[in-house]
Unconditional design. Structure first.
Length: 115
């Protein structure tokens, strides 16, 4: 894999391997690191966890965050979780479709002329 031409500017005095990455990232916040990497030609984006996903506007806009009531310390609290559940009926239809597809493929193989 070829390094983008501007890449040496990112770590002029860094060591090698994990230590170089640690040294470089410890001197920058997330926005600074993403900007520098993107400017140097590296595709870069944040790595999300469950906490950051439920705050991320793009996930919220797509409706991929759900809110549920859960018990925490013997009290009901509303908590947001990443992900979107499918209705049970849709889930059954999907598995039924997969079974129908397998049955169709098996029948097609049985009826296919031998070569």
């Amino acid at each position: 894999m070829r390094r983008p031409a501007a890449a040496p500017q990112l770590y002029p005095s860094a060591g090698t391997g994990d230590q170089a990455i640690t040294d470089w990232t410890s001197r920058r916040n997330l926005r600074q690191a993403l900007d520098a990497l993107t400017e140097a030609g590296f595709p870069a984006g944040p790595v999300h966890n469950a906490t950051s996903i439920v705050e991320e506007p793009r996930y919220l806009a797509r409706g991929t965050v759900q809110e549920f009531e859960v018990f925490i310390d013997e009290q009901v609290q509303r908590v947001r979780f990443p992900g979107r559940s499918r209705p049970a009926q849709q889930s059954r239809q999907s598995s039924g479709s997969a079974r129908n597809w397998r049955a169709h493929r098996q029948a097609a193989r049985r009826n296919a002329p031998h070569r």
